[in-house]
Design a protein around this ligand. Structure first.
Ligand code: TYM
Length: 329
């Protein structure tokens, strides 16, 4: 039997090249080597305020972007978190074995809670729900970008703690990070991670940005006071642009260095923009085709939920038995 893979994306804001290079691109690459479940995590999205009509739209848009990126729904499972109630059910059970101190230490919790006037309890529980997503399917591998590493460590800790309290129950998952593109930074601020929620039109390249917008954003990207690329002393902005090019092109380090060393920043930016435009064109074309077909996405999502439901039910039943909760004998 093939090992199982699970990963997810929040349907909040516009998916950007960081999401693609950090996660979706690896998902596509490994999909025939494993049994893959790719999830639109709408329950995670509501840990901060969302406009309901907008959220509803973004869930389908995110699913369409999974498929447009190359996820094959005949093979991989594409599903929405809230359509399988066992995610929330297992999350509660895991909450009861997770020390609150582990959650308060999470850097994303600290950053996100600082930005909110009132902090919903969901924001604190967020990583437990994420652990539930993964453990529910006994996933062995979780392909994510670098910003999720701490949450994955917590998932492993929760699985190990549960296993030691109640006996071997969960597979302890491995984190799978891409070698290049695990952490794409903002174009306007190369010290900050590229993020769906960051304001500013020059910050992120959305997967559906038209070519002229992509070019404009890259030409305006922050670099430094030097005129040209110097591989021995790369500033954060230039390093980020080179990282974007390398992740899309899959060039080796040697190829990158011999091609770009000494190149003036203006030319570097033109070449990065051209690479991004070329690589996103087929994705954008597929997106248009997928979304033209009424009802197609809903069909894929319904089938995905039906395919995972038996796995989810069997894990929750096992956990209920282990913890002594009521089950009909
Ligand atoms: P989310 O929606 O913030 O991001 C989705 C994926 O994109 C990656 N990513 C990045 N990679 C490189 N550079 C960036 N600037 C960048 N920004 C985002 C993320 O690492 C992620 O892989 N909590 C998760 C969603 C989630 C999940 C899960 C993931 C919920 N349950 C279970 C894996 C397994 C999140 O908010 O991702």
């Amino acid at each position: 039997m093939k090992a199982r893979v699970f990963s997810g994306v929040q349907p909040s804001g516009n998916l950007h090249i960081g999401n693609y290079l950090g996660a979706l691109k690896s998902w596509v690459k490994i999909q025939y080597d494993y049994e893959c479940i790719y999830c639109i995590v709408d329950l995670h999205a509501i840990t901060v305020p969302q406009e309901p009509a907008e959220l509803r739209k973004k869930i389908r848009e995110t699913a369409a972007l999974f498929l447009a990126s190359g996820i094959d729904p005949k093979h991989s499972i594409v599903m929405v978190q809230s359509s399988v109630p066992e995610h929330a059910e297992l999350s509660w059970m895991l909450t009861c074995v997770t020390p609150v101190g582990w959650l308060q230490r999470m850097t994303q919790f600290k950053a996100k809670s600082e930005a909110q006037e009132t902090v919903g309890d969901g924001l604190l529980q967020y990583p437990v729900l994420m652990a539930a997503d993964i453990l529910l399917y006994q996933a062995a591998i979780v392909p994510v970008g670098d910003d999720q590493s701490q949450h994955l460590e917590l998932t492993r800790d929760v699985a190990q703690r549960f296993n030691s309290l109640y006996g071997e129950t969960f597979v302890v998952p491995e984190t799978h990070l891409p070698t290049v593109g695990a952490r794409i930074m903002g174009l306007d601020d190369p010290e900050a991670k590229m993020s769906k929620s960051a304001p500013g039109s020059g910050h992120a390249i959305a997967l559906l940005d038209p070519p002229d917008v992509i070019r404009k954003k890259i030409m305006r990207a922050t670099t430094d006071s030097k005129p040209a690329v110097e591989f021995g002393a790369l500033g954060a902005g230039v390093q980020n642009l080179l990282g974007i090019f390398q992740a899309f092109s899959e060039w080796s380090d040697d190829q990158m260095q011999s091609h770009f060393d000494g190149m003036r920043y203006g030319d570097l930016k033109k070449q990065v923009a051209q690479m991004v435009v070329e690589k996103l064109a087929p994705l954008q074309q597929r997106y248009r085709e997928i979304t033209e077909e009424a009802g197609y996405i809903d069909g894929v999502l319904a089938e995905g939920a039906a395919r995972v439901e038996p796995i989810a039910r069997s894990t929750v039943n096992l956990v209920k038995q282990r913890m002594g909760l009521y089950t009909q004998s």
